[in-house]
Design a protein around this ligand. Structure first.
Ligand SMILES: Cc1cc2nc3c(=O)[nH]c(=O)nc-3n(C[C@H](O)[C@H](O)[C@H](O)COP(=O)(O)OP(=O)(O)OC[C@H]3O[C@@H](n4cnc5c(N)ncnc54)[C@H](O)[C@@H]3O)c2cc1C
Length: 393
């Protein structure tokens, strides 16, 4: 096996019984050098096996994602693209007529050196699968690859495989596909390990970011692991939920200091300032609103309202915190009923890392870590029958 790398060249060469070299190359969409208008979605990677690129253009086709791929040999390659037709679940025969989907809103092309592969992708099958793109000629060793969105309506591309073995069908079953991916990416069987942290926080929303900073200031060595490129979770430019909740209220006037330090100045700070207009803090808040009236928009405001960089700056200035952005925790190791380590996977490169710790906090917003560690869980709410609460469902 020979491994070469060029941006994201992922190469596997084997010799067949006839002594002819076969080449198989895996290109992960999330590792494209330039994502263009496509965005990385990691939310269902545990269910479908990988992060993927999504063309969310609200009906306007997004800019091409591009990258360069190096082929060790020119020749005829079979191309496979892992994708799905995301409206296919509404095309089944039993779908009510008024719910029936028509067309293929997630369709896209793959351009090799600017020329579209004949097959249009994202056009078949409700489930993630490898769509056959047929055999194409690669006549140069270095080619540019692009994902060309045709609709702006959520085309999805997970990965592309090129193979000189025209009989090869890439595996789609998650355990088998994981081994296939690791082999082609050249990743070790076991991920490298970190030091043993005092405290590992999984999830970098407002809860996780606050927990990490508090612990670091108490002298703990902390790892903060967040599966997005920004901190803040719902209160980030990516989701745009305004930070709500009154702070600095009597009798607990210090409560909320930390949230205030990392959080953006927004709607509720103005509300507070208007009730105490003469304090130095309120005056500062009025100044901010004079310059930025758009900050009055609480939810779904402009991205700058959520001040992503402010959170990152506070965290990175804490010498006791190691920040792992773009890292999705998808495995937990336990000893008895204690978590001893978590394994995180980089959502762009696929590289894994084992983070060891004495204490762990599940700040994923959804109890993901508890689930991975085998804790009891429930989906939904307790019923009225169970609790006797009159407002329960
Ligand atoms: C539309 C909307 C409106 C709301 N309005 C209000 C309101 O007015 N007032 C109010 O008080 N609350 C409101 N909320 C609720 C509030 O946003 C949440 O309670 C709060 O954001 C929770 O913060 P968190 O840090 O616990 O979780 P989140 O903000 O969800 O952050 C968790 C982070 O962990 C990451 N993560 C998840 N799994 C993993 C993993 N396995 N590995 C690594 N990272 C992971 C996620 O990507 C996310 O960034 C609203 C929520 C929504 C969705």
């Amino acid at each position: 096996m020979i491994l070469l790398r060029h941006t994201l060249l992922l190469l596997w060469l084997t010799w067949t019984a006839t002594g002819v070299a076969e080449t198989t190359i895996l290109v992960e969409a999330e590792s494209f050098a330039e994502p263009g208008g496509w965005v990385i979605d990691q939310q269902v990677m545990d269910q479908m096996g990988s992060p993927f690129l999504l063309a969310h253009g609200l009906g306007v086709p997004v800019k091409n994602a591009t990258t360069t791929v190096e082929f060790p040999q020119t020749g005829d390659y079979r191309i496979w693209v892992r994708t799905r037709d995301w409206v296919a679940p509404w095309k089944k025969p039993d779908t009510p007529a008024d719910m029936k989907a028509v067309g293929t809103p997630g369709k896209f092309q793959v351009l090799v050196d600017g020329k579209p592969v004949e097959t249009t992708f994202g056009t078949e099958g409700a489930e993630w699968h490898w769509q056959d793109g047929g055999i194409i000629k690669i006549s140069k060793k270095i080619v540019t690859l692009a994902l060309h969105d045709l609709t702006g309506f959520d085309g999805r591309c997970d990965a592309i495989v090129f193979s000189t073995n025209h009989e090869l069908i890439p595996p789609n079953d998650i355990p088998e596909m994981t081994v296939f991916r690791r082999k082609l990416l050249g990743f070790p069987e076991s991920p490298p390990e970190t030091e043993q942290y005092d405290f590992v926080v999984v999830g970098g929303g407002v809860a996780g970011t606050s927990a990490a900073i508090s612990a670091a200031r108490l002298g703990c060595r902390v790892a903060l692991v967040q599966n997005r490129p920004v901190l803040g979770g719902n209160n980030s430019s990516e989701i745009r939920v305004g930070l709500a909740g009154l702070i600095h209220q009597k009798p607990y006037t210090k409560l909320g200091d930390l949230v205030d330090e990392i959080g953006p100045i927004g709607y509720w700070n103005l509300w507070e300032a208007e009730r105490d207009p003469d304090s130095p803090r309120s005056k500062k808040i009025f100044e901010v609103f004079k310059k930025h009236p758009e900050k009055k928009i609480h939810n779904a405001g402009p991205p700058t309202n959520y001040e992503d960089q402010k959170k990152i700056d506070v965290v990175t200035s804490e010498k006791n915190i190691d920040l792992y952005l773009n890292t999705h925790v998808n495995e937990a190791e336990t000893d008895g009923n204690r978590i001893t380590a978590v394994i995180g996977q980089n959502i762009r490169t696929g590289e894994r890392i084992k983070l060891r710790g004495k204490l762990f906090a599940d700040c994923t917003g959804d109890g993901n870590l508890g689930f991975l560690a085998g804790a009891d869980f429930r989906v939904g709410r307790e019923s009225k029958k169970e609790t006797g609460e009159k407002l329960a469902p």
